[in-house]
Design a protein around this ligand. Structure first.
Ligand code: PEP
Length: 252
């Protein structure tokens, strides 16, 4: 990873942790992170635990990100949450386009293209998730898929804001499977994503933080985080265990 970019380790809690459980997890995590420096840390709890986690992490190095957001500031969108609702409670960022949302909830590149500029304008750090399926990799379509997602999803982000984004490369075949990408696969894909951003704005692309996600654990984190274009990790399962997550942060 480049010394110019501060690494980010983000824990995606998905639909885990009631407020009471989240309080227990953060109470175990904060002391485990007390000696860590030089790395940004984010947790992404479910919506209902966001406010409690903002309060519990106040004064610590841990920032709180949401797992999704609607593009409209308000309106008749039953079940959705708007950017001003997130910033009101002190949320710092938002995951956008996680493969589970794309696959199970039909989230489209068109919707993501609307969400990204809204998140940036609201002062939220967006973490855009992209990645190929196992079939796409086997067919040799990985770069085509990444190019499509990156170009479509960033279409309305002004060039001078591309450096404020975080993009997580998450090969779908590696998420929750224990089958981690090899360092070569991760660096190749993430280097390709940086080149795509550089096609639009070379100086901004040096600032854009690019994360790897997919079965990161304390045993494989150091090798992945040492790769030149990898600026951190998006961690699912291992972020639900304070000791494991703190060990991954320490590797950052
Ligand atoms: C994720 O869902 O973003 C993820 C990376 O999950 P896991 O670490 O469990 O593979």
């Amino acid at each position: 990873m480049s010394s110019a970019r501060i690494p980010l380790i983000a824990g995606n809690w998905k639909m885990h942790e009631t407020i009471a459980e989240a309080e227990q997890l953060i109470a175990a995590l904060l002391p485990a992170l007390s000696t860590v420096s030089g790395v940004d840390v984010a947790i992404c709890p479910p919506f209902l635990a966001l406010q409690a986690m903002v309060e519990s992490t106040r004064g610590s190095r841990v920032q709180v990100y949401a797992q999704n957001m609607h593009h409209a500031p308000e309106g008749a969108y039953t079940g959705e949450v708007a950017a001003p609702m997130l910033t009101e409670v002190g949320v710092h960022g938002v995951l956008l386009g996680h493969s589970e949302r794309r696959e199970m909830f039909g989230e489209s590149d068109r919707e993501l293209a609307q969400k990204l500029p809204v998140a940036l304008d609201a002062g939220l750090t967006p973490v855009l998730c992209v990645g190929e399926t196992e079939d796409e990799r086997e067919r040799g379509d990985t770069e085509r898929k990444l190019r499509h997602q990156v170009q479509e999803d960033l279409a309305h982000v002004p060039d001078d804001q591309l450096g404020d984004l975080v993009i997580a490369y998450e090969p779908i075949w590696a998420i929750g499977t224990g089958q981690v990408a090899t360092p070569e696969q991760a660096e190749e894909a993430i280097g390709f994503i940086r080149a795509l951003v550089a096609d639009r704005a070379p100086e901004q692309a040096e600032r854009t933080r690019l994360l790897y996600g997919g079965s990161v654990n304390p045993d494989n984190a150091a090798e992945l985080l040492a790769l030149p274009d990898v600026d951190g990790a998006l961690v699912g399962g291992a972020s639900l265990d304070a000791t494991s997550f703190a060990a991954i942060v320490a590797a950052g």
